[in-house]
Design a binder for this molecule. Structure first.
Ligand code: FE2
Length: 130
């Protein structure tokens, strides 16, 4: 079982020392706080708020997954060179259709050299349309 790097497991001191390493691998969920049941809802996942990740043949982000609690929702795969063989922020826009229950979204990413990385979770309330 590979180690899963989670933002909440990394202490502040370690985060400061290796800030670029953690930042470029950690997925961040960007979406609205509220969704409408039955309507398409955009969830962006972006790696790195400040630092970009390499896109080399032997070192690249292979895939990004979106989860709602324990339920797998979606996945996007990348081939090496998809981002022009230069460092870049990996970004994926997922479109999901929420049910009636509030969501707790999280994302996972896999680097071909540095393993699995998990985002902080994002609470999204779900309601009926007006
Ligand atoms: Fe990496």
């Amino acid at each position: 079982m590979p180690r899963v790097f989670r933002a909440v497991d990394i202490n502040q001191e370690e985060k400061e020392v290796r800030k670029d390493y953690f930042d470029r691998h950690t997925p961040v969920i960007i979406c609205e706080d509220h969704a409408i049941e039955g309507e398409k809802f955009e969830v962006k996942v972006r790696l790195g708020t400040e630092y970009t990740h390499p896109d080399d043949p032997d070192h690249y982000i292979k895939y990004v997954q979106l989860w709602n609690r324990e339920k797998f929702l979606a996945e996007a795969h990348f081939a090496p060179g998809a981002l022009g063989n230069r460092p870049e922020h990996v970004e994926v826009d997922f479109y999901i259709v929420p049910g009636p229950v509030d969501m707790n979204l999280s994302a996972m990413s896999v680097c071909t050299q540095h393993g699995l990385w998990q985002s902080e979770s994002k609470e999204v309330t779900t309601g009926k349309s007006k």
